[in-house]
Design a binder for this molecule. Sequence first.
Ligand SMILES: Nc1ncnc2c1ncn2[C@@H]1O[C@H](COP(=O)(O)OP(=O)(O)OP(=O)(O)O)[C@@H](O)[C@H]1O
Length: 694
Amino acid sequence: MTTPVYTRWAPPKAATKKKPLIAPSPPTSAPKPPTESPAKKPKKRKRESRVDEQVEIEAPSTPKKHKAILSKFEKSSKLVEAARASAKLEPEEDEEETAPAEVLHDLGPLPQPAPIPEPAFEPTFSTLPAWLANPVSVKSSKVIPFSELGVHSFFLKKLEKQGYKDALAVQSALLPMLHPGFEQHLGDMCVSAKTGSGKTLAYLLPIIEALKDRVVTTLSAIVVVPTRQLVDQALTVAEELCAGTKLKVGTAVGNIPFATEQKLLVKTRAHYDPKRAEELHERAMHQLESGIVERAGILHDLESVPADHVPQYDSGFDILICTPGRLVEHLESTTGFLLRSVRWLVIDEADQLLNQNFQGWATVLMDSLHGETPEDFMNAQEQLRKRRQNSSWSIALPERRNVTKIVLSATIRKDLTKLGSLKLKRPKLVVVEDETPEASMATDGDVFELPSTLDEFAIPVGDGSNKPLYLLYLLINRVFQNQITGAEQTSEGNEVFAGSDSDSSSDDSDEESGQPGALDGKSMSKNRSRILIFTKSNESASRLTHLLSILEPTLTPFTKTMTPSSTDKAAKRLLKSFTNGAFKILIASDAASRGLDIPDITHVINYDVPSGITSYVHRVGRTARANKAGEAWTLFTKTEAAWFWKQVATGGTVKRGTKKVARVELKKKSVTWNRRKTYQAALLELQGAVGAGD
Ligand SMILES: Nc1ncnc2c1ncn2[C@@H]1O[C@H](COP(=O)(O)OP(=O)(O)OP(=O)(O)O)[C@@H](O)[C@H]1O
């Protein structure tokens, strides 16, 4: 029983003590007239208890003639009391004291039984909506010739030219669902496939195939990606596919002045319509007089068209590839940039985009996509529909066509709240999975899946003070000595190469053992390795490049730095020469890690450990792409060791099939051999710009 919160005030014991209803000794003489004035009496009474009140009221009413009766009553009462005393009866007063205290209840809540503890909720059903709980699973090894997927011969030839005969797993799954035909899915698509699985072609090919006969430029597809590099990558694929058609592909990334981009995006032309022109001029005059003028809009373009004409807007592109921030800017400020004709919306690298809600891009985009066209820009059909909105005529008017949304991500993210902002209709989830049972295990949280062709290694570098030397050692003795032919491993899973502690042939006492081999420029230029080294910042990338060139001058012509500050043209040139093999080592900050598609990167080296698991997955995902082999190396200090092994190497978040991250111990002596002095000199040369950790 719970105690009630409130209890009523109870009078003190003395006040509650029972008094006889009739005064025990009535007055012998006539009652005296009251000494107090009658006006004061009721006040005094109010303060007294109700029992006293009764006594005082009744006392004066006892008549004299009943005196005898009363005295008889008193006597008999005394007799009764005496009888009680003899019968050892407790006096009334004691009875009261021992009686259990009366619990008074007033308006307070009634005592309630203690609540029964609720059993822990263990759902026997999935809390996810059906489409997320039951995805369409596709094995990553599934490849189907493009010719069997109904791809038009025009595109088959293009693909063959690029050496693509078979569609990769994600393409085999997506193409039939996006192509008109029996297997077409009439709804939105969510695609979860690991990095480098060929997602770009999987969404661009069906869109471009559907638009290939288009003659009049109409904005039909928008592709949103998180970075400029990804825009360029998607643009390259789209341009290759569109070559030979009349389709126009454009970008909006902010690499050119906004006004220039606006002119490319929307073409303004004059349309003869005297009535409408007069209306618009009147509105413009009215606004000028009132002083409240529209910030941007159709009125601003009135001056640029001849008399009796009104401005009309046409899209400059059929397919627009853009970053979310720039897209929002255009939606808000570019007159005539309308999405009424958009039929495809692609959100690539959705996990990153939805995590960084640039200017509320998703909401702005959805409003423009699904909202009504502003009245000034309505075409004849839209005007008619608006006029007939509530009439029976509206049924006869063609419906606004649906937009097919394709949401892609390298991570399996079942985050309903974030996907909710994309307003998906009848969505279907396609998951490309690895063959191994562990890799294909369904998990509700974030699961990152690495390509099965990727080998991972990790090198402890002590306190990090000699990290550049460890890197150099790795480059000379592993990367440039061996071609990528697969790792030789000890029974413990540790990699063996010159200087490794696991190498039984190496001898601690021998200063020469495992010493770095010499590099020569000729063999370097022939080497097929392409190494992408990641640092924690742009500054770090520049410093490391400098340091490497001092430590090993042979590397200088083969090493370049890429930072987001590189201009677009410079970045493109850099990537092209890296792809062609003109240089071998590209040092980059994290900004370059996402979606950077450079074919045939053989090694990714995490010189600085990544900031998180997602970053690790995206960094190492730059190699082992499109079913090719690749290696990922991570240098970690003592303080980073626990995080790396617990979270990245052995944690359940990263799935790598039956493979493991191999720990490679390098002897400090071998690493610093003969280079200590050069290293000290190099650090001095950098004039303190290189910290101990660099
Ligand atoms: N059918 C194919 N056959 C062979 N290679 C292909 C095929 N399709 C695409 N590729 C190549 O695979 C690589 C990866 O493609 P893509 O960039 O589309 O992957 P992705 O899944 O978008 O990766 P990320 O998520 O890292 O951006 C590219 O170099 C591309 O040229």
